[in-house]
Design a protein around this ligand. Structure first.
Ligand code: SF4
Ligand code: SF4
Length: 253
């Protein structure tokens, strides 16, 4: 978009414009999160350079069901295909959407910082500088499941996420959704490394209370050494939210 066209977009049109841009580039989920209440957590994870932004745009892209449903096959060919389309392709698209959104915001005089879709920056803590799940949760797009994945009401955890941190005066789209896992233990039961503790998400508890990220990480390293490609995703596959046979035995909306 050229400078003249940019200036024609008044600030009151910013929300629909940015949402429309993200969706036109392929986003299936879009929301704006107020990061204020989570500032201490964000500061501890990414430092002041990340915590200085008051809002985050959360952008999600639905995964291909036919791809996710191959996960239990577990053979090398499936792993290569899943790795490519389920991680690399979708993450590249998300990064491009986030970059374009950030560029548009910057062009209007706002600060904007696209956080890479899937880029670990801390091997000790096994995390990035910012949690995309936190942004999506605070934007009202889903809840944090026992799997520590962001679970959407319609497609469960079958989505990948990216975030754009910003000071642009965008309207917050929702509030954090309460967990709807109920008595389900599908992700807990299927994890080959027993990485989940069957605890409902509580923002006051550290991730370690629910998830042994190091156990999952070791599993991926083992697979890389043994097969040359590391893929799991069984916790994502097993969640009854998003599976095509529908939700059964769980709390419904
Ligand atoms: S990706 Fe696999 S090993 Fe890691 S937590 Fe999920 S089910 Fe467990
Ligand atoms: S599989 Fe069940 S317990 Fe795990 S996140 Fe999904 S609904 Fe929650």
């Amino acid at each position: 978009m050229n400078r003249r066209a940019t200036l024609l977009i008044m600030s009151s049109d910013l929300d629909p414009f940015i949402r429309s841009l993200a969706c036109s580039l392929g986003a299936d989920y879009y929301g704006v999160a107020d990061l204020g209440p989570a500032r201490d957590f964000i500061l501890g994870q990414g430092g002041e350079r990340i915590a200085r932004y008051p809002r985050a745009i959360s952008i999600g892209m639905r995964m291909q069901d036919d791809l996710v449903d191959l996960v239990p096959d577990g053979d090398a060919e499936t792993a290569i295909i899943y790795r490519h389309n389920g991680y690399e392709v979708v993450n590249q698209i998300l990064d491009q959407v986030a970059f374009r959104v950030a560029q548009e915001l910057q062009g209007r005089g706002h600060h904007a910082f696209p956080v890479p879709a899937s880029r670990r920056t801390d091997d000790t803590e096994i995390r990035s500088v910012f949690s995309h799940k936190l942004a999506a949760h605070r934007a009202g797009l889903g809840w944090i499941g026992k799997s520590c994945l962001l679970v959407t009401p319609d497609h469960g955890p079958r989505a990948r996420w990216v975030s754009v941190l910003t000071d642009a005066p965008l309207v917050v789209t929702g509030a954090p959704m309460e967990p709807r896992c109920g008595n389900c233990t599908a992700c807990v039961d299927i994890c080959p490394k027993g990485a989940f503790t069957d605890r409902i998400f509580d923002p006051e508890e550290p991730r370690e209370a629910r998830f042994d990220a190091a156990a999952c990480d070791r599993y991926f390293r083992e697979m890389e050494l043994e097969k040359g490609v590391a893929v799991c995703g069984l916790c994502l596959y097993a969640c009854p939210y998003g599976r095509r046979q529908g939700v059964s035995g769980l709390e419904k909306r």
